[in-house]
Design a protein around this ligand. Structure first.
Ligand SMILES: Cc1cc2nc3c(=O)[nH]c(=O)nc-3n(C[C@H](O)[C@H](O)[C@H](O)COP(=O)(O)OP(=O)(O)OC[C@H]3O[C@@H](n4cnc5c(N)ncnc54)[C@H](O)[C@@H]3O)c2cc1C
Length: 425
């Protein structure tokens, strides 16, 4: 890799997600060479991906160039590459553009979609973890509506207008709500000659309630909202297969659908090279101590979704959401400064600020430590928090303008098939 030789320590960070970015942002003026590697040249604000999938926002309002975010750092180098392997003994990272050595390595690779070893589902389902995948879903939805408007075959039309979402966590719930709003407010005007009642939205969940990571109160409220929007919720229902045409359920029933979106789970995006002791195998997350050092290594760290840290408050590891990732990044930045100054390290302590999810216009749920509520106020808070969390003033302004426009006009304007969906990215 073409990087300047230096006497300074080299810190290599893999991943420009919430964890990697929050870490590097805090390393300004550190006497070290900092190199970030990511397969994308932008940071993705994943919580709003579902709005890209459902034509509410354009992707450039929820993604931001990594080089621009970190432009204040003089000692910073970005490399666009896929990391293939890590050699922790030789202290080298093997990438698609060459090998790089490190003094300190930080793994912040997040998660990838978990298909639970079902190859057929993996080959046919639409995942939603990245901007290209969200754009694929948007194209698929719009292309299928175009086909439905033209076909004379009733069964084919039904399959084109059947939307199946698997997994009723926040992503599945938000996606189902946004699709229901398209059905209510947007598609009837675009497809005047289609019977829009034929569009059906199914939300399948293996567990007994929607929003499993949130409180019972949030779950009940969200169910109420989804019912109002006409989403068919199927709880305790396991989807066993999808071959591109037929959705098969464990209870023996099946249905035809051309829209099958998989939001049923994630697994760590671990990189090859470590021995089994360093990995929590079931979850594919690196086992780390309170300083985010990977088990058995002083100079290799994991932060964010990929890190598995057992603490008294979180005996099964921290939740795989943005806040622990951001906070671990910030704590590790302090610790890297401490390490270079030969000072003791500071243990990580998670400050849980609560969780929230939105179902649609005026409908959201918020879980705080002592207060759980849903409705307009929750929706307003949800919007404010997400707006403020977006990277870059420009993106905040664009998203705010889009939301205001959509709210006033009952519209979702980004209904463009600019990137026709042909095959999965
Ligand atoms: C659809 C969706 C909705 C979500 N909604 C919410 C929400 O509402 N609230 C919330 O708090 N959390 C939400 N989350 C979870 C949240 O986005 C994650 O917890 C957070 O992104 C974790 O940050 P991270 O830095 O660990 O990983 P990520 O943000 O996933 O970043 C990982 C980075 O590593 C890069 N990378 C991975 N492997 C490699 C490799 N081998 N080579 C090169 N680069 C690599 C990736 O390109 C990526 O940029 C959502 C997640 C998804 C997918």
């Amino acid at each position: 890799m073409n990087l300047p030789n230096t006497d300074q320590k080299r810190i290599v960070v893999i991943g420009g997600g919430f964890a990697g970015i929050s870490l590097v942002k805090k390393l300004k003026d550190l006497e070290a060479q900092i190199v970030m590697i990511d397969r994308h040249n932008y940071h993705t604000f994943q919580p709003l991906l579902y709005q890209v999938s459902t034509s509410g926002l354009e992707p450039d309002s929820i993604a931001y160039p990594i080089r621009k975010i970190l432009k204040e750092l003089d000692n910073f180098y970005f490399r666009l590459a896929e990391v293939e392997k890590i050699d922790p003994v030789r202290k080298e990272v093997v990438t698609s553009i060459g090998v790089i050595s490190f003094d300190y390595l930080i793994i912040a690779t997040g998660t990838k979609t978990n298909y639970f070893n079902n190859e057929t589902i993996a080959n046919n389902a639409m995942p939603m973890k990245t901007v290209p995948q969200a754009l694929n879903i948007r194209s698929l939805i719009l292309q299928n509506f175009e086909k439905a408007d033209d076909t004379l075959d009733e069964l084919e039309r039904k399959a084109l207008l059947n939307f199946c979402i698997v997994g009723a966590g926040p992503t599945g719930v938000e996606l189902a709500g946004a699709l229901a709003e398209l059905k209510q407010n947007v598609f009837p005007k675009d497809y005047k000659h289609l019977d829009i009642k034929e569009m059906q939205i199914y939300l399948f969940e293996g567990g007994p309630r929607v929003l499993p990571p949130m409180s019972e109160t949030a779950s009940k409220k969200a169910t109420e909202f989804l019912n109002k929007l006409g989403v068919h919720i199927h709880l305790n229902t396991i989807v066993t297969n999808y071959d591109g045409e037929t959705v098969s359920l464990k209870n023996g029933t099946s249905m035809q659908s051309k829209n099958f979106i998989w939001s049923a789970g994630v697994t760590g995006a671990a990189i090859a090279g470590f021995d089994a002791n360093s990995l929590m195998e079931r979850l594919n997350r690196y086992k780390v101590n309170n300083y985010n050092q990977i088990d058995g290594y002083d100079d290799i760290f994991a932060i964010g979704d990929i890190a598995y840290m057992e603490t008294e408050d979180f005996p099964k590891g921290h939740p795989q959401v943005a806040q622990p990732a951001i906070q671990q990044g910030e704590n590790l930045a302090k610790n890297l400064r401490n390490l270079l100054a030969n000072k003791p390290l500071k243990a990580f302590k998670y400050n849980d600020k609560g969780t929230m999810a939105t179902v649609g216009r005026n409908k959201a749920v918020v879980d705080l430590e002592k207060l759980k509520f849903g409705g307009f106020l929750a929706w307003f808070i949800w919007m404010f928090v997400h707006l403020m969390a977006l990277v870059g003033f420009r993106n905040r302004v664009i998203v705010f303008f889009n939301w205001a426009y959509n709210y006033i006009n009952y519209d979702k304007a980004a209904r463009l098939i600019v990137r026709p969906y042909t095959t999965k990215d």
